[in-house]
Design a protein around this ligand. Structure first.
Ligand SMILES: [Fe+2]
Ligand SMILES: [Fe+2]
Length: 272
């Protein structure tokens, strides 16, 4: 099973630009990733979109996002990030049967060999995330309903600190023993998250927590005492493929959606 992941697209209403900098072209970047995903062979089975789907959570941004995602040939499952608005997201994606119509956007996808559990870490108008006792209780109950299948959790905010001052204040706050729950659930493969705009991994509760790179530009951190974001790096937009090969074997690969004009073809013919 191939689980594709995109995250942190930060789409704006049509005609607006991200951070007032036209060079960021967040919508063109997501379009490029959609094109790459549609051309993949073998085709991924599912696509997880781990939040910050839009920049400001307004209706017009979600309309624009839907337009960009329309050509996707892979079933997409979305969750909110700190930039999303839960209610506007629910209203925009009413056609997605998996998405709860109100309350937290947490759900279980049981149609594949790997069970996918979506967690909603959004706290309205805050950049940090939270798994409150209600959301954690929901997770605990849903982990019990099928413990025979490998299970992957996906959420926007990661639960551990990453050693970057400004992001460590924006991680997922926990109103319960999330790490112990992970530790005591042997069927959990791991956690995939976003939010950081850069790839990193950590061990959390003895499992891998994989933080995927963004489709929007990435953050550049000052390498000094302050350690805050000082710039935006215009690297290629990225997506991730998690290849599950049975049991607890899963390999995660980050891919840059490179413009074909920047790809140099080499001669593969064997030398005589
Ligand atoms: Fe983001
Ligand atoms: Fe975020």
């Amino acid at each position: 099973m191939i689980i594709a992941q995109i995250t942190d697209a930060h789409i704006l209403p049509k005609g607006q630009v991200w951070l007032d900098k036209p060079e960021t072209e967040v919508s063109d970047r997501l379009k490029l990733v959609v094109e790459h995903l549609n051309k993949l062979v073998p085709r991924p089975d599912v696509l997880l979109f781990t939040g910050d789907t839009v920049e400001t959570g307004c209706k017009r941004a979600y309309q624009h996002l839907k337009e960009i995602l329309e050509p996707l040939t892979i079933p997409v499952y979305i969750i909110p990030g700190n930039h999303d608005n839960r209610k506007e997201m629910q209203a925009a994606f009413l056609d997605k049967a998996y998405l709860p119509r109100d309350g937290f956007i947490q759900y279980v996808i049981d149609d594949y060999p790997v069970r996918l559990i979506a967690l909603d870490t959004n706290v309205p108008n805050e950049d940090y995330g939270r798994l409150c006792s209600q959301r954690l209780l929901w997770l605990e109950e849903n982990l019990k309903t099928n413990s025979s299948k490998p299970t992957l959790l996906f959420m926007h905010h990661f639960p551990m600190k990453v050693g970057q001052k400004c992001f460590d204040s924006m991680v997922c706050q926990l109103e319960g023993e999330f790490e112990k729950l992970i530790q005591s659930s042997p069927h959990i493969l791991g956690i995939v998250a976003g939010h950081y705009h850069k790839m990193c991994t950590a061990l959390y509760g003895g499992k891998i927590c994989f933080v995927a790179p963004s489709t929007a530009p990435t953050h550049y951190f000052a390498r000094n005492e302050d350690n805050h974001v000082t710039a935006i790096d215009l690297v290629y937009p990225s997506f991730t493929l998690h290849r599950w090969m049975g049991g607890f074997q899963m390999v995660s690969e980050c891919i840059q959606a490179i413009n074909p004009s920047n790809r140099l073809l080499i001669n593969n013919k064997k030398k005589e």
